[in-house]
Design a protein around this ligand. Structure first.
Ligand code: PLP
Length: 452
């Protein structure tokens, strides 16, 4: 088949075969025979092999155009095949790909551009190759700067798979790996599974009481940092109420801990604001970015005040160096991505189309027994699936898998596999594409509810 990228791209799915089709299945099978186990369940369930993409559409190796409702894994915020990023990468690759962490003009330009978009306090940067690496660097930085070791994280948190990041993470993935990094304690975060029906003030007060008790009973009173996602992503697309973030700001100011916001999943426009902290107005001491901020190229960023970033023994020469962190390609891609976000008004689009999509899903899924709640900010949306509308216990893995496969058959791709279905399409999503997602989710759930 002809899969040249010049072929006319459609706005909505066009299916030539069943999905996954025969070519996808063949590539998937070969790929699996070479890869070690442990890839994402979404990739394993879907058996899809993808060739290219444009905007919010991707094309599989059978020539089916599919609507990307996940941005890969919340990375392709600009959409696929973005010319600006592709050209910037090609140009930079022809100039310089790597020279350790020596200064480059492109890095200066990238960081100056980023600085202009951040609060004045966040004026020094550490660059890494992934979100997890940024989290690791942040742990080193807060311990070095404060001379303390305790880090407070939260239930339902996801911060990555390297050992420090994994220690801050809760949930599956830590089994059988032995002891985690010491010095980490998890406190309770606002969560609809226990806070349904409570207002934000009540949930925030409950969480604050829990943290104060932890500090008295379990921790020293000398925490180095509090690390939180201002909107929890993998843990269930839960926006953390402003009240609780304001309490954490006060807690950190009182105890001398540094407040770290992990916006690796949500930073860069995903929630309809450039940075998620803008929703609450709470400015962290340290901000972590990754995923979409590199326009699809791997990157991780720690931003903080120079007084913190340069403090303590961890700031000695070479102690934070990295072979690839801050490399010219990542900086060129990041610079092109930030410019595109602004030029193409994608943050505004995420706010507008996101509100339309949340509204559409909420109304359309109102009668679906398997749906407890649609929640989100901008184009960071979660649909909470339950096995029973009365007990509201989470939907089982098989049901969640059938939802993913039902959507795929309708030409809509998601990659999340928890009972909170994550809808995080590229920020260039159109209103028609949003409506297509709504109808596909509704008809998939209707079909599954009828057959169960
Ligand atoms: C909030 C958050 N932090 C950290 C990470 C880890 O990033 P990476 O997978 O790039 O290491 C993720 C990845 O999903 C994330 O969602």
């Amino acid at each position: 088949m002809d899969t040249s990228t010049d072929e006319v791209v459609t706005e909505l799915p066009v299916l030539r075969t069943e999905v996954p089709g025969p070519n996808s299945r063949a590539v998937f099978k070969k790929d699996q025979s070479l890869l070690a186990a442990g890839n994402s369940a979404g990739s394993l369930w879907s058996e899809l092999a993808i060739r290219d993409g444009r905007g919010a559409m991707i094309r599989d190796v059978d020539g089916n155009w599919l609507l990307d409702a996940c941005s890969g894994t919340v990375v392709m915020n600009l959409g696929h095949g973005h010319r600006g990023v592709a050209d910037a990468l090609a140009e930079q690759a022809g100039l310089l790909t790597h020279f350790y962490d020596f200064a480059t003009e492109v890095r200066v330009e990238f960081l100056e551009t980023l600085t202009a978009l951040l609060p004045a306090e966040l004026d020094a940067f550490h660059l890494a190759n992934s979100g997890s690496e940024a989290v690791e660097a942040a742990i080193r930085i807060v311990r070095s700067a404060t001379g303390r070791y305790e880090v407070i994280a939260f239930h339902n948190a996801y911060h990555g798979r390297t050992f420090g990041a994994l220690a801050l993470t809760t949930g599956a993935g830590r089994e059988g790996l032995g002891p985690m990094m010491p010095g980490v304690t998890h406190s309770v975060a606002p969560d609809p599974s226990w806070g349904r029906g409570m207002d934000d003030s009540e949930t925030s007060a409950t969480c604050a009481r829990h943290l104060e008790r932890l500090v008295k009973q379990v921790l020293t009173d000398q925490p180095a940092a509090v690390v939180i996602e201002p909107m929890q992503g993998a843990g269930g697309m839960i926006p953390i109420p402003g009240e609780f973030l304001r309490y954490l700001r006060e807690f950190c100011d009182r105890t001398g801990a540094l407040l770290v916001f992990d916006e690796i999943l949500t930073g860069g426009g995903r929630t309809g604001r450039l940075w998620t902290f803008e929703h609450s107005g709470v400015i962290p001491d340290i901000l972590l970015l990754g995923k979409g901020i590199g326009g699809g190229f791997p990157i991780g960023i720690v931003a903080g005040p120079r007084s913190v970033m340069d403090a303590g023994p961890g700031a000695e020469p070479t102690h934070n160096s990295s072979t690839f962190g801050g490399n010219p390609l990542a900086c060129a891609a990041g610079l092109a991505a930030i410019r595109a976000l602004e030029r193409e008004e994608l943050v505004e689009n995420a706010a507008k189309v996101g509100a339309h999509l949340i509204d559409g899903l909420t109304k359309r899924l109102e009668k679906r027994q398997s749906v407890a709640e649609v929640r989100g900010l901008g184009l960071a949306i979660g649909i909470e699936l339950v096995s029973d509308p009365i007990s509201r216990s989470p939907a089982g893995g098989e049901f969640v898998r059938d939802v993913l496969l039902g959507l795929l058959r309708r030409g809509v791709v998601i990659s999340s596999t928890s009972h909170v279905v994550r809808i995080t399409p590229p920020l260039c999503l159109t209103f028609s594409q949003a409506d297509f997602i709504t109808e596909a989710v509704n008809s998939t759930l209707l079909e599954l509810e009828r057959s169960s």
